[in-house]
Design a binder for this molecule. Structure first.
Ligand SMILES: O=P(O)(O)OC[C@H]1O[C@H](O[C@H]2O[C@H](CO)[C@@H](O)[C@H](O)[C@H]2O)[C@H](O)[C@@H](O)[C@@H]1O
Length: 296
């Protein structure tokens, strides 16, 4: 059922009074959350004011961005070194260094110790590595087969592929969809998911944004903590996996970005990226003003 969810801005004081004494961890989606949806995925820039708001939040709370995009692309858009990044719907995570065995959700064989651009030792977690050769093949076939359809854009998100149809004529959509499905018949270890005017080809592994959220909580040291309060803000279907994890854990605040009522597992809503920015600024201000009164 499509329900209207209370505004996280209107409910802010109530939400934060329940957060007192807890360790807030902030998770953010990128497209449609930190940047407005635009026709050309290459032009989905984040405003400087949004960047400042995220930087502000990351000063006070561990903050991670979990996106469907390839991780390098999100880093390039966000340009902040103070946040953690997970790309390809969580299949490519650069996480803080922890003893590799301490994770409850991640398989240690997919983890590698690496040095990040700031010279810190971090963990790279990539559970879909074995799918890379097939992804390269699918990309080639897709390019070839869809080149006659105007407006299609194929985006290589490293461990998954986006087939954008925002600029495809309505009458061409079913042809495109059939072509994508027929390609996937030759690759049974992949499946198709849907986003905003996009079809996404993903390896069929049990890993999504919800698993990424849990993995990051683990590596940040909050795996089994009762005192952690994860906050996840996202606008798309794939964010529902993360909302579901918070619902199951009975912990934290899942917040959907939508100006209309939606069928969602989120508990609160923000209308658009500008409300997301207001919320983030308010969160940082709340923390600044309550400094000293919190158990942090
Ligand atoms: O998980 P996200 O960070 O939200 O990424 C999901 C997809 O976002 C991008 O596509 C969406 O935004 C584009 C730019 O505004 C828009 O043109 C497109 O129609 C939307 O679907 C990104 O390009 C995809 O690769 C991501 O999977």
């Amino acid at each position: 059922m499509q329900k209207k969810h209370p505004s996280a801005l209107c409910m802010f004081d109530r939400m934060m009074s329940a957060a007192n004494g807890k360790r807030i961890v902030v998770f953010l989606d990128y497209d449609g959350t930190l940047s407005p949806i635009v026709d050309d995925p290459e032009q989905a820039f984040m405003s400087d004011s949004m960047r400042s708001a995220v930087r502000e939040v990351a000063r006070y709370f561990p903050t991670a961005i979990i996106s469907g995009r390839c991780r390098d692309k999100v880093c390039e858009f966000v340009k902040l070194t103070s946040v953690y990044y997970a790309g390809s719907h969580g299949m490519d995570i650069l996480a803080p260094m922890r003893p590799l065995k301490s994770t409850s959700t991640g398989d240690a064989k997919y983890q590698t110790r690496v040095i990040d651009e700031q010279g810190n030792e971090v963990v790279l977690f990539q559970p879909a590595q074995e799918f890379l050769p097939a992804i390269e093949e699918i990309l080639k076939v897709l390019d070839e087969k869809t080149k006659e359809i105007n407006g299609v854009m194929i985006e290589n998100n490293r461990f998954c592929i986006s087939v954008h149809f925002r600029r495809v004529n309505e009458e061409d959509f079913s042809t495109l969809e059939e072509q994508v499905k027929s390609i996937l018949e030759d690759y049974p270890r992949f499946h198709l998911t849907r986003g905003r005017k996009v079809m996404e080809i993903r390896p069929s592994i049990k890993w999504d944004k919800g698993h990424a959220l849990e993995y990051l909580l683990d590596t940040l040291g909050f795996g089994n903590s009762k005192d952690v309060l994860p906050l996840y803000i996202g606008d798309d279907r794939t964010d529902e996996d993360a909302f579901k994890v918070l619902q199951t854990r009975k912990q934290g605040y899942p917040i959907i970005v939508s100006s209309i009522p939606k069928d969602t597992k989120a508990s609160y809503s923000l209308r658009d990226p500008s409300e997301v920015m207001s919320f983030l600024l308010r969160l940082a201000r709340w923390r600044r003003n309550s400094n000293g009164r919190l158990l942090i």
